[in-house]
Design a protein around this ligand. Structure first.
Ligand code: PMP
Length: 471
């Protein structure tokens, strides 16, 4: 089957290359391959499976619709299933938005909802430009791709996303985030910046594909204040961070920011395709049919999604993600002491990233700013080959992990929120084993000390910033 797949499917296939398995059964955290091997799945459909595979409440909700004789295809007509989904979703929204929200059901993918959000704010403001951030990932359709980090579209102004480990200003922490915010503000206020007021600003509260980078809460509030003061709609892309994943139901809740538009997909469909935007009614300037689409009425996804949202809410799985995620992060940070190739460990809730680096590469010292913190050095180069080796070693040990980050050097864990303590330990045991094996294979001859052992940034600096109270 794998051979036939490689002969028949496009060269663009992705996960199928790094995870050569044929899933035939799945339950919770576990996937079983056609060869009978079992895997602990910490990819979770790229962060989709809040309740893991085939959760009983999801299956029951889907069966109920099938057994009821309800139509499965209804375009955007009203149905009891859709009504229940909308009610459940609105009950979870940040209060400032829920009170006065509209919902647009989009085509089924996250990228469709991103397109809808961009179109909405362009219609509502009559403006054309867009602010987005370095390292962003918003999808693969043309507009979403433009807003993502890899694009070169001139209508999109790319702003620095704050990050500690590879801070573009060389300082990280609160100061790095403050400088990033000032840059944004200055572009808008400087009449000669070459940038006009955009139709909107789109951001991920935690960059996922960009390498698991949580935005500092204070920076999020700055972005809200900057956009609010200039009537620029703020779009929060919560496609990956939503439904409890980061330790609050929606990741914007960490900062208390209420966006004007929220882009939602992945977990809201309870493992089936569903994507929506919710937004302040004031922005609802669309003409009838302004954003249509044949597949906006997936009844099974709405039923599975409503069941998932309710289960996460009733069982306080966001709190569980916060507690368990912090514990897992702590243990992973412990690994860093024994593994010089672990450059940084960061995350929020059950969205965790381990950045692998080449510790033997020459690190470049940075000059100290006059009033800035102590001299610093650039983080060592990313180690994508090592990250790929860790992913392979994990698979050999029955653990599925994701890769991400600017240089594909970040191993990502996105387990279901239903993960038990024992399962978390098993995941980390396998991960530790895989890391040690990959590191052994990649070590260049006998171990040598790092080029600048006393000035290379110690991971604890960024860990504190990524997980501490200021976030
Ligand atoms: N936004 C974010 C933040 C994402 O992580 C993704 C997918 N990884 C998307 C948008 C695009 O979603 P989809 O792949 O369903 O189009």
């Amino acid at each position: 089957m794998l051979r036939r797949q490689s002969l028949r499917e496009s060269a663009a296939r992705t996960y199928a290359r790094s995870l050569p398995i044929v899933p035939v059964r799945a339950r919770g955290l576990t996937i079983e391959g056609a060869d009978g091997r079992r895997y602990l799945d910490c990819l979770s459909g790229a962060g989709t499976l809040a309740l893991g595979h085939n959760h009983p409440v999801v299956l029951e909700a889907v069966r109920k619709v099938l057994d009821s004789g309800a139509p499965l295809h209804v375009l955007d007509l009203a149905t009891p299933v859709k009504d229940a989904f909308t009610t459940e979703l609105f009950a979870t929204l940040p209060p400032g938005l829920a009170d006065d929200a509209r919902i647009q059901f989009c085509g089924p993918a996250g990228t469709d909802a991103v397109e809808a959000a961009l179109k909405l704010v362009r219609t509502a403001t009559g403006r054309g430009g867009l602010f987005s951030f370095t390292g962003a990932y918003h999808g693969m359709t043309a507009g979403a791709l433009d807003a993502s980090g890899g694009a070169t579209d001139v209508r999109v102004t790319r702003l620095p996303y704050p990050q500690d480990y590879r801070c573009p200003f060389g300082v990280g922490g609160d100061r790095g985030a403050e400088l990033a915010a000032r840059w944004t503000e200055n572009l808008l206020d400087d009449p000669k910046s070459g940038v006009t007021t955009p139709a909107g600003m789109i951001l991920e509260p935690v960059q996922g594909e960009g390498g698991v980078i949580p935005a500092p809460d204070a920076w999020m509030r700055r972005m809200r204040a900057i956009t609010a003061a200039r009537s620029i709609p703020l779009i929060a892309d919560e496609v990956q961070t939503g439904v409890g994943r980061t330790g609050t139901f929606w990741a914007v809740e960490h900062s208390g920011v209420v966006p004007d538009v929220m882009v939602l997909s992945k977990a809201i469909g309870g493992s089936l395709p569903l994507a929506v935007i919710v937004y302040r009614s004031e922005l609802d300037a669309w003409e009838p049919g302004a954003h249509a689409g044949t597949f906006r009425g997936n009844q099974l996804a709405m039923a599975a999604g409503a069941a998932t949202l309710a289960y996460v809410r009733e069982n306080k799985l966001a709190d569980r993600a916060a507690t368990l995620g912090a514990r897992m992060l702590g243990r992973l940070q412990g690994f860093a002491a024994d593994h010089p190739c672990v450059g940084d460990v960061r995350g929020r809730g059950l969205m965790i990233g381990v950045e692998l680096v080449d510790p033997y590469a020459d690190a470049t010292p940075r000059p100290a700013a006059e009033d800035g913190p102590a001299p610093d050095v650039l983080a060592p180069p990313a180690a994508p080959a090592l990250a790929a080796a860790v992913q392979r070693e994990c698979l050999d040990r029955g653990l599925i992990v994701e890769l991400g980050g600017r240089h594909a050097g970040v191993v990502r864990l996105l387990p279901p929120l239903t993960l038990t303590d024992e399962q978390a330990e098993a995941v980390l045991d396998r991960f530790a084993d895989a890391l040690a094996a990959a590191e052994r294979a990649h070590r260049p001859g006998p171990p040598v000390p790092a080029a600048h052992p006393r000035t290379v940034r110690t991971p604890s600096v960024h860990r504190r910033a990524a997980t501490g109270p200021s976030h």
